[in-house]
Design a protein around this ligand. Sequence first.
Ligand code: 0YR
Ligand code: MG
Length: 371
Amino acid sequence: MKITRIDTFILHVPVTRSQIADSTHQVTHWGAPGCIIHTDAGIFGTGYSGTHGHLPTDRLITDCIEHTFGPLLAGEDPHAVQHLWRKLAHFPPAQWVGRGGITHLALGAIDIALWDIKAKAAGLPLWQLLGGSDSKIIQAYNTDGGWLNWSLADLVADCRRLVEEEGYSGVKIKVGSPNPTDDLRRIEAVREAIGPAVKLMVDANGRWDVTTALSLGHRFADFDIFWFEEPIWYDDLPGHAELARKLATPIALGEQLYSLDNFRDFIRAGAVHFVQPDVVRLAGITEWWQAADLAYAHRLPVVSHIGDMMQVHLHLAIAHPACTMLEYIPWLRRCFVEPATVRNGYFVAPQQPGAGTTLKDSALNEFNVRN
Ligand code: 0YR
Ligand code: MG
């Protein structure tokens, strides 16, 4: 099989209630810049990254796919994913301008498309190609009820609905309000609404300094917080290590780490308890798997960051032994031929061959903003 052509797209898909916010980002559309890789066998693969729907930066990613990496893939056998990953990741001109960020996001989209082709050619869902079994149970936790721009009343009502009506046994809410006592009030109200048996996670999206994170973090134990996510600036390794040592609540991070080397450093420093690699921040499935193995070797649980890439992450969670839980964010579901689905709080194993990334034609017509 040979690669014959690569098309790119940029989807901008509206988020829940037209806008969501955490302590750092305001998002109206989820962005999915990506590519469709065609082969001479008639099989095509789809892959994409995840962004906050900003067209000028999304274009940097699709330009990198088309003009930097595209020519390196022409005529190659898509089955040789590991070989192609190394070829692209270590292409000197690209490596020179970015071993993380845009070039990595572009490579991630390509790598996912290649694995999609490989699984389709084998006639298997990706989780099965990777050796997983659908007897494995993946618990879903919901992040689409906890946004920081929602009033306390809306927040509580939504978390209660997710638990009581939709059957979730875990919810994550955002913290990092201008006044930290507001955060404590929100946490207390949500804990009271959902009861003691449901997992409650908090996510500060890198907002605080070590001092604030320590004083707030000490209070979290009162509300049985399952993990404290991105308490401080993403790259502050010693700061996270200090919090991990001093707080009773476990630390979660990984959505802003771009490489296997980053994960190695945080894990070796004891700075993370729940490891959250993101297949579209790391350079695809190939590097995600390396990071997940690394975590597994340290007996750390892997709970992928979704950023609305449930599709691929679900396949990976089923297949990888370090995963038992996955985040649920529904924004892109309408775009897929076989969207990731939760029933009674647990994910359903996808059945179609591929990585789950095949888009409906209607999604490309409706949401593609690349012209
Ligand atoms: C919205 N998940 C996160 C979303 C998400 C962000 O800004 O992108 O909250 O990436 O922290 O855990
Ligand atoms: Mg987060």
